[in-house]
Design a protein around this ligand. Structure first.
Ligand SMILES: [Zn+2]
Length: 261
């Protein structure tokens, strides 16, 4: 669809979002059953220190979307970000990691080669921390256009946006829906509604957030809310799987050796 790719690069975000929801899909029938995946984006230290133990206490694991450029940094709104020690601690506990570009770049405003370069750089960073197998990618800021959606460097990854919803039936593996816990999404309310839907229907609910602490950023959650959410996940009876575990269930390929170089 070269004409649509051109249009997508040259027309604003609303049109991009419409195009991306309807074109260049990677349709895949989801397995029977009810699934929840817990994700953290970017990611702040508070998520490691506060949320990871809550998840591990239920014998679950999460998927952590790493942008290597945040390592050791302090985010003005989300506080202290992860460091190498956090990566090692999560890896030792059996968590899963996904790519989020190295510099957390907007994939709409960077050409495909630049995005590919960002992913290679991020993978090199993660490899140095002993993390090698990435099954998924999350578009930073949820920003995507058709050029990004058709980028060969991303084609082997399960890819997640921030479009709210439950994945059911045939899902688009190049732009999976996810429910964020951020303030402008009603905090945990929308995720709780989706979990109620999941009690009576097959589907895959991907939940993401950022910092987990008292007085969280607008993109994070308070510890008490996160605890309520995990209780609701347990009560839903859904299987909690990481993105890598879901990739295995979907029988989709791992990133190519070229990407891992
Ligand atoms: Zn992000």
């Amino acid at each position: 669809m070269p004409d649509f790719v051109y249009l997508s690069q040259n027309i604003g975000g609303a049109f991009d979002r419409l195009l991306c929801r309807t074109l260049e899909k990677r349709p895949h029938k989801l397995p029977e059953g009810r699934f929840v995946t817990l994700c953290f984006d970017d990611f702040p230290k508070s998520a490691v220190n506060v949320a990871a133990p809550m998840i591990e206490a239920r014998d679950w694991r999460a998927t952590w979307y790493v942008a290597g450029g945040y390592c050791g940094q302090t985010h003005p709104r989300m506080g202290a970000m992860f460091d190498r020690h956090d990566l090692e601690r999560l890896a030792r506990a059996g968590h899963d990691f996904g790519c989020h570009t190295f510099d957390h770049v907007d994939c709409r405003s960077h050409d495909p080669d630049a995005v590919a370069d960002q992913c290679r750089r991020n993978l090199t960073f993660l490899n140095a921390a002993g993390i090698h197998d990435l099954a998924s990618f999350a578009y930073p800021f949820g920003e995507v256009n058709l050029a990004a959606k058709t980028n060969p460097a991303l084609s082997d990854y399960l890819r997640r946006g921030v479009k709210t919803g439950l994945n059911q039936g045939v899902a688009d593996l190049a732009l999976l829906k996810a429910v964020g816990l951020q303030a402008n999404n009603g905090g945990i309310a929308r995720a709780l509604r989706s979990l109620r839907t999941l009690k009576n229907a097959d589907g895959w609910l991907i939940i993401f957030t950022h910092d987990v602490r008292e007085q969280p950023s607008p993109w994070g959650a308070a510890p008490s809310d996160y605890a309520r959410l995990l209780q609701a996940v347990e009560e839903s009876g859904a299987d909690v799987v990481t993105m890598a575990e879901m990739a295995a269930r979907l029988n989709v390929t791992a990133p190519s050796p070229a990407m891992a170089a």
